[in-house]
Design a protein around this ligand. Structure first.
Ligand code: G3P
Ligand code: MG
Length: 241
């Protein structure tokens, strides 16, 4: 059972910009800074193993190439995902979801697990990720989120006890219907496109609203003043208070 509560700051893609994104090194840096919660993205390998990675392709954040969905787990696990960020992180491996959840548990980090399915793999990603998240929930808590309604619906069916947030760029006017249809208890929205009237309505309804990606302390303070529960940040070092 997850005991998720929103902290004000959630480190984006594990450790934000302080480490290569979506890595175990990022989780360790977040914990050393005193961050209480992290967000990371999860996608399935070609043979159905959940890995922590943002892009559908490997080129930007690893020394590999091709599509994650076409690459077996054994090959993904051998990729270097640190050297592109800085030579100090060379040798960092692409983490499995299982490894990331185990490390978050030992570091005392709560997790916002973003289900990030490759196109065409929405439902299977939602159910596979939810099953593992339910079995390996870190003791500090976990909430699932996704831009994909199909992934959220599959996750809800597999692990209804895990809290879920709907991820959007802009808050849709029919947000109450969308949250209700997916059994989502929270909304995660893009700070840059935040409509203040809709945000205020979400908050007034008692629905937690978290905003990505906020790297300036003044912007974070303005969002908190509006009633936003949490911000995702690449600069947890600047936003920790
Ligand atoms: O979960 C919030 C944020 O991570 C969504 O955008 O593209 O960074 O996964 P993205
Ligand atoms: Mg994300």
């Amino acid at each position: 059972m997850s005991t998720w509560r929103y902290p004000r700051l959630i480190a984006h893609r594990c450790g934000g910009a302080l480490a290569p994104e979506n890595t175990l090194a990022g989780l360790r840096i977040a914990a050393r800074l005193g961050v209480k919660a992290v967000e990371f993205d999860v996608m399935l390998s070609g043979d159905g193993v959940p890995f922590v990675i943002h892009d559908e392709t490997l080129e930007r954040t690893s020394n590999g190439s091709g599509r994650v969905a076409d690459t077996p787990a054994a090959d993904l696990g051998a990729l270097d995902v640190g050297a592109w960020h800085h030579a100090a992180f060379a040798g960092e491996r692409l983490p499995t979801l299982a490894a990331a959840l185990a490390l978050c548990d030992s570091l005392g980090l709560a997790v916002n697990l973003e289900i990030k399915p490759s196109a065409g793999h929405e439902a299977v990603t939602g159910s596979t990720v939810a099953a593992l998240a339910a079995a390996c929930t870190p003791h500090a808590g976990l909430i699932l989120s996704s831009f994909s309604p199909a992934a959220l619906a599959a996750a809800a069916e597999l692990a209804p006890e895990l809290p879920r947030a709907l991820l959007v760029e802009e808050i849709p006017t029919d947000w109450p219907r969308r949250l209700a249809s997916l059994g989502c208890s929270a909304l995660h929205a893009w700070a840059q496109k935040l409509n203040r009237d809709l945000a205020s309505a979400v908050i007034a309804a008692g629905v937690p609203l978290a905003c990505y990606t906020v790297n300036q302390p003044a912007e974070a303070e303005a969002l908190f003043a509006l009633g936003v529960s949490a911000v995702f940040s690449d600069r947890p070092d600047l936003l920790l208070t």
